[in-house]
Design a protein around this ligand. Structure first.
Ligand code: ADP
Ligand code: MG
Length: 225
């Protein structure tokens, strides 16, 4: 489903010096697999997720996702590909503050490729929110929801277009321990229910242990540092 080969990401700093932040020989994921990506702060976890979602491009190497080579796609194709096939869950939720829970999920569906009618989209959005335990909070705006509830809305939103891959960047880092455990469980279950693979960054090794597989970013590196 996903395969990276010889992926390097370097940044130019101060106009000249090249800093290599990622150097991955090989990394792959199977359809429906749930993996935790673990590494210390600054080790390139977010950079890897940005590469997988096409938000940034590799300096070298190939990223094959669902039989497409991401590094060869033009900007507009990448935007469409991302909207249709990738769900993203952020640490800071990134919900639209002026919109209700169900409107936030529906907004994501406008950019997908689904052939659903307006009514069917509303039904699916409500169903997803119900699945994450927010069936009674459809018309609440983010400010009217707890942090844990806001993260659940963003999980429902990430799954709205039936993505093949969900990327979650430290999704529980701003939640208390009880909420973090719940949200984690929900995310894993929702991905399973929807048949999506999940790659989740975390530095919480207890939570990481609940995934099918733990991927240590250092061990992916060509230098094996
Ligand atoms: P993590 O998510 O594991 O904390 P990041 O992927 O955010 O790590 O960052 C990895 C490294 O890349 C850091 O050292 C960071 O300073 C560097 N970095 C990230 N983005 C840029 C950028 N736009 N320009 C230069 N360096 C960057
Ligand atoms: Mg990060």
């Amino acid at each position: 489903m996903l395969q990276l080969e010889n992926v390097v990401k370097s940044y130019t700093v101060e106009g000249k010096r090249q800093v290599r932040v990622l150097d991955i020989r090989s990394f792959g994921m199977a359809a429906g697999e749930k993996a935790a990506l673990v590494g210390p702060s600054g080790s390139g976890k977010s950079t890897l997720l940005h590469l997988l979602s096409g938000i940034i491009r590799p300096t070298e190497g190939t990223i094959r996702l669902l039989d497409r080579r991401l590094e060869t796609l033009a900007e507009a194709e990448l935007d469409r590909f991302r909207a249709c096939h990738i769900g993203y869950v952020f640490q800071s939720f990134n919900l639209l503050p002026g919109f209700t829970a169900i409107e936030n999920v529906l907004a994501a569906m406008q950019f997908g490729s689904s052939a659903l009618t307006g009514k069917e989209k509303k039904e699916r959005a409500a169903e997803l929110l119900d699945q994450v335990g927010l069936g009674h909070r459809l018309r609440h705006r983010p400010a009217q929801l707890s942090q844990g509830e806001q993260q659940r809305v963003s999980i429902a939103r990430a799954l709205a277009n039936r993505p093949a891959l969900v990327l979650a960047d430290e999704p529980t880092a701003s939640l208390d321990a009880a909420n973090a455990g719940n949200v984690f469980e929900l995310l894993a279950n929702a991905c399973k229910e929807e048949g999506a693979a999940l790659l989740l960054c975390t530095h919480d090794s207890e939570l990481a242990g609940r995934m099918d597989r733990i991927v240590r970013i250092r061990e992916l590196s060509r230098e094996g540092a």
